[in-house]
Design a protein around this ligand. Structure first.
Ligand code: 1GP
Length: 239
């Protein structure tokens, strides 16, 4: 459990972690070396690889290419079970707890089992909670589930606590890729205060101020995808 232990011990020490999300669908293999060059030596702790609609086989090659250039741990952030590959170091074994679609609550996990049984991937059980980020996001479209509105804070807290009680090792509060309204810090604060397990926050985070506010209010890991895709030099200004 090397990666999970690293995340947990960082939480205990109050060391905040930054994860960059790379979507294999949008990544041409030829430019991966250039992209990794922008990530290495920029205090990036984790690389998440995944997307809502990635075709089978693409994730595999993408991670292989990333691994040529970087030693940063790669966590698969799968949109579905076909994205699993032993090229990665770990998988965020997500269960979409905010929605009521059994496909993403449990059926995808069942379909993953035959692969995971013989896999070298570290499996990290993760409660995945989709919060309304101001626009319809890919997760919402693909999972056919509704996000929890930001003002339903009790429901968000209870969903996160339920994740912990179910034995998840992490909670991921997701406002959706490209969210126009990132998570209110009050949500991050109240959820993190009640949780014992590490909290990942992502969706629509674009500025140093937003990043710092997320950390200050209790996010242990912050995920940035779109802002990095749009400006490969952004990490220098976020340091
Ligand atoms: C999406 O939380 C991640 O799953 C990151 O979101 O692309 O908006 O940074 P952004």
């Amino acid at each position: 459990n090397q990666i999970l232990n690293h995340i947990k011990s960082s939480k205990v020490k109050g060391e905040k972690m930054l994860a960059i999300l790379l979507d294999p669908d949008k990544l041409k293999l030829e430019i991966i070396s250039e992209i990794i060059d922008k990530i290495n030596n920029q205090n990036v702790d984790l690389i998440f690889v995944g997307g809502s609609t990635v075709q089978k086989g693409i994730t595999d090659n993408c991670i292989k290419e990333i691994k040529k250039y970087s030693n940063i741990p790669v966590l698969i952030f799968p949109g579905d079970y076909t994205q699993l590959t032993d090229e990665g170091d770990a998988v965020l074994f997500l269960s979409l707890l905010s929605g009521n679609n059994p496909e993403y609550l449990v059926h995808q996990q069942v379909k993953s089992a035959p692969f995971l049984k013989n896999s070298t991937l570290e499996i990290i059980p993760t409660g995945y909670i989709l919060i309304d980020g101001g626009k319809e996001t890919a997760v919402q479209r693909v999972s056919k589930t509704l996000p929890i509105p930001q003002n339903e804070i009790e429901k968000i807290i209870n969903t996160a606590l339920a994740a912990q009680y179910m034995g998840k090792d992490l909670v991921y509060l997701e406002a959706g890729s490209g969210a126009t309204e990132p998570m209110e810090v009050i949500i991050i604060k109240t959820v993190s205060m009640q949780l014992d397990i590490p909290l990942i926050v992502g969706g629509g985070i674009r500025t140093k101020e937003q990043l710092e506010n997320a950390y200050k209010n209790g996010a242990d890991v912050v995920v940035i995808g779109t802002a990095f895709e749009e400006n490969l030099n952004i990490l220098q200004s976020l340091k």
